[in-house]
Structures are given as structure tokens and as C-alpha cells.
Design a protein. Structure first.
Length: 117
């Protein structure tokens, strides 16, 4: 898998589960985004991906990371866009090997999940 999630912290606010973590990229990027499997973190205690619009990703390199929740915990996508590239404003990263700036980037994740019912 090209993206690996590592849990940093999780907490329950009484209504939702909040999750923070880091994401590491390796291997190759796929056009349309790579899959991010959050199901390997049992402490998340949710059966569904984060609520739409409630997951954020950020990095320190000149790339934007956009999280798109999937139908299940193991089916979310992350699309990567390059800032200030010659191809125009924020084009999607081309399919192929991840650039060193992405593989060495500190990519953070924050998501809000529905609690198990």
C-alpha cells in the first residue's frame, strides 16, 4: 500500500470520535488518489469512514493533500496536488513514483467519525 496511517491520538467528545495521526507515502501514486486504510486502527472505534467534510490533511512540503471519505474504513482516497507547478495552478500529482518531497513530508491527519451504534 502506498499510504500508511499511524494513529497519534483519539478521543470521544460524547457525540463523535476524534482521531489524529500521521500518513506516510511510499511507492507509487495512482491517478485519482491513493487508498488510505484507516481500518487497521482499532482505537478509532467506528465502522465508517470519517463524516464527509470532517477530515483534514496537511503537509509541510509544497503539496496539498485532499482526503475523500470512502464507503468503508479501508476505502478512503487521498488526492495529492502540486502547488505552483508548470502544469497550472494545483494540478494533481502525476501517476508514478512519489517524489522525495512527499515521501519525506510530515503529513498530518485529523478526522471526526460517527460513534459505533
Amino acid at each position: 500500500m502506498a499510504l500508511t496511517f499511524s494513529l497519534v491520538d483519539t478521543w470521544d467528545d460524547g457525540k463523535r470520535i476524534h482521531v489524529t495521526g500521521t500518513v506516510a507515502a511510499s511507492g507509487n501514486y495512482s491517478t485519482g488518489g491513493d487508498t488510505l486504510d484507516l481500518s487497521q486502527s482499532p482505537l478509532v472505534a467506528s465502522a465508517q469512514a470519517p463524516i464527509s467534510g470532517t477530515a483534514w490533511m496537511d503537509g509541510l512540503a509544497s503539496y496539498d493533500y485532499v482526503f475523500a471519505p470512502g464507503a468503508a474504513m479501508n476505502a478512503s482516497k487521498v488526492k495529492i496536488f502540486q502547488q505552483g507547478a508548470a502544469a497550472g495552478a494545483f494540478p494533481e500529482l502525476a501517476a508514478g513514483a512519489y517524489p522525495a518531497a512527499v515521501t519525506s513530508d510530515t503529513i498530518t491527519f485529523y478526522g471526526i467519525f460517527k460513534k459505533l451504534q
